[in-house]
Design a protein around this ligand. Structure first.
Ligand code: UDX
Length: 433
């Protein structure tokens, strides 16, 4: 099929290349000329495992092209909208500027009978509003939320847990048939497919992210209690996680969640529910947000306390900047926040991240970025792990002790073996253990 994908960020660029890998003819559109130039040259603008391979393969096969010009969408049967919906500057709600601009860009060029399939995370009610805008032009609209995780974006796109189609009351059957044709090779594997109305599809996405955020904040709340009682939150998570109704996934206590989705999605959900007069229904998400933000401050506090409240001039190695491993994304990253706050308190912070140093440097040029993990560790009076990269998990406590000035470690992601580190002479502090 002929497809267009509007917006070439983490979601759109991966979706475009993944659809090309399934055999479709795809054009990716973005207003950012530099990004389009990079993608057209086969250079990923962000770190995402497996993306470079499918990008290059798509370009080489001729199935995948990129453009800044909306006229390139004219022959497409389906237009995916994968632009960002960041948090508004004036509150918690979602900023729909880019979604509205994508629709404005598409309407003059999308052929009659084509389908716009929204993938961006939007406040409930958005799809119905947009459908009214495009219908007079003979263009159909569906909402087809995306659940991809960074670090697994390619896999999650070509082999998703489920497909959700929010379709129109009027043209629903045709919308379903069109999306089924796009995803035919995924559906052959009996991937669950749910057909809903617009509102349900929009809510599925924010409900899923709210649930995940709640699960993380729940275990972090338990970590707070564990910290004052001497209990171990990791063992607690293991024990409750054996109950299949609870499950062990997303019960890792630590510095909390960040990224381009969970924090802004729960805030946008609260804002939208308040607009709908149902703020109390999701009021608990404010608490989820607060617990989450407290965890980064907790990491800062315990580091500062280890210097008797006087971190000024003390060298601290902050290991991690990305909001999660296998990503160079620093949006709302607890790790970067910890580095910035410690630096703000006068500590001599040296940061290291295997992938996110360039993205971090653009936003925080004032931080010191080490050339290597060893350079970050050299002479450190405290080591703070805030992103669970494999390299940090694999650190040897005996060898690492020889590199630092003071063997004090704060395991902000609970990835080290406390006994092994203590045996090697370290003062080990985990999160809630
Ligand atoms: C999330 C959703 O998982 C995905 O389905 C949605 O499409 C987009 O938002 P992502 O932002 O890539 O994906 O990150 P995710 O893997 O969910 O992790 C989010 C944050 O939670 C990270 O900062 C991670 O470190 C943190 N986290 C995760 C925890 O602190 N504890 C856990 O147990 C799990």
């Amino acid at each position: 099929m002929q497809l267009s994908v509007i917006g070439c960020g983490y979601l759109g660029a991966v979706h475009a290349a993944a659809m090309a890998s399934l055999g479709h003819q795809v054009v990716g559109i973005d207003v950012d000329e530099a990004k389009i130039a990079m993608l057209s040259a086969g250079q990923p603008p962000f770190h995402e495992p497996g993306f470079e391979e499918i990008l290059k393969a798509g370009l080489a096969s001729g199935n995948l092209t990129f453009s800044t010009d909306y006229t390139a969408v004219e022959s497409a049967d389906v237009h995916f909208v994968g632009v960002g919906t960041p948090q508004r500057r004036d509150g918690g709600g979602a900023d729909l500027t880019y979604v509205d601009a994508a629709i404005d860009g598409l309407v003059p060029h999308a052929k009659a009978g084509s389908l716009i399939a929204g993938k961006s995370t939007v406040p409930v009610g958005t799809a119905a509003r947009l459908a009214d805008i495009v219908a007079p032009h003979g263009i159909r609209l569906a909402w087809n939320p995306e659940f991809l995780r960074e670090g697994f974006a390619v896999k999650d796109t070509v082999d998703p847990d489920r497909l959700v189609y929010g379709v129109s009351r009027e043209t629903g059957d045709e919308d379903v048939a069109t999306l089924d044709a796009v995803y035919s090779s995924i559906l052959e594997r009996e991937t669950p497919r749910l057909v809903t109305d617009y509102a349900t599809a929009e809510l599925v996405k924010v409900a899923a992210n709210s649930f995940l955020a709640t699960k993380i904040s729940f275990i972090n709340a338990m970590a707070e209690i564990a910290e004052v009682t001497g209990a171990d939150v990791t063992q607690l998570a293991d024990a409750i996680g054996h109950d299949v109704r609870i499950g062990r996934k997303f019960l890792n206590a630590g510095a909390g969640f960040g990224g381009g989705c969970l924090p802004k999605d729960i805030r946008a959900f609260v804002a939208r529910a308040e607009e709908l007069g149902k703020g109390e229904s999701v009021g608990f998400l404010k608490e989820v947000d607060e617990i989450n933000l407290r965890r980064r401050q907790h990491v800062v506090d315990i580091v500062v306390n280890s210097f008797d409240g006087q971190p000024f001039g003390h060298r601290v190695a902050v290991l991690g900047l990305a909001f999660k491993p296998d990503s160079d994304d620093i949006r709302d990253s607890p790790a970067l926040d910890v580095a910035v706050r410690l630096k703000g308190l006068g500590a001599e912070v040296v940061s290291y991240d295997p992938q996110a140093m360039e993205t971090a440097r653009r936003v925080h040029p004032q931080l010191d970025y080490a050339e290597s993990l060893d350079a970050a560790l050299a002479g450190a009076e405290a080591v703070v792990i805030v992103t669970e990269w494999k390299q940090f998990r694999a650190l040897d406590p005996i060898e690492t002790a020889e590199k630092v000035a003071r063997p004090v470690v704060f395991d902000g992601r609970n990835i080290l073996d406390p006994a092994a580190w203590r045996d090697a002479g370290w003062t080990y502090t985990g999160m809630g253990r």
